[in-house]
Write a protein that binds this ligand. Sequence first.
Ligand code: ADP
Length: 257
Amino acid sequence: MKTESGKVSRRRFLKESTAAVAAAFTIRRPGLARGAEKELSRAGVVVLLGPPGAGKSEQSRRLAERHSIPVISSGDLLRDHVRRGTPLGLQADSYMKAGQLVPDSLMNPILEDQLSQPDCARGFILDGYPRTLAQAQSLDALLKNKGLPTHVILLDVPTERLFKLLTGRRVCPRCNRSYNIYFQPPKKEGVCDLDSTPLVQRPDDKEEVIRRRLETYQKETLPAVEYYERQGRLMRVNGDQPPEKVAAEIESKLTAQ
Ligand code: ADP
């Protein structure tokens, strides 16, 4: 915001610079929620697992607000490297465009670097990592020296439901509002309630792409889920209920641990 003299106000400048730095680190830094201080020591690391469409990012956001720890999203981290054109980002780009998992030789250094940032010292939420058994094992090795309690949560949603959640998603290209033709349809078919713009389906929400993403989850990520389950470390949460109910179930499982 420019002042009358045309200078950018100092407060606004500082606010924007801080936001830019936070964005560069792809950290969502929420304010400290009231009553959350008590929870902090318990929060530690929360690993959120679940198939595509299960609501991991929504639940990560809620957990971050509640516990005042950052969300580390592997997809966001990678996209940030691609945008900045780092050597790792340049190599990761082609895998991401092909809808394939980025090899661990690229993914792990990016994640390790992020987790060594001061923001992560008290804990963090992992969204999108681990995606394979090898990544789950690497993560254990990485967290061993950090002395943070680790909680592993699986958002359980039946495949049939996921398929409808993902293929039914439509968005307004103008205001970005999102609908679902099965569960949350617009008032008038095919157009946005707010501005009457025709709704569109994102390219990665197309049926064949979704089928591939779900298959990759079954093949690559389920072995990681089973790895935690075998060790008695997996907490299953019913992801097939309204987001606030899912959030409440997560909190009660975390508290019970
Ligand atoms: P999606 O749910 O569509 O896969 P993400 O934002 O989680 O979206 O990830 C985008 C892309 O980034 C993935 O398709 C994959 O190429 C890459 N990626 C994200 N997380 C990982 C990971 N843990 N290991 C390897 N590649 C990853």
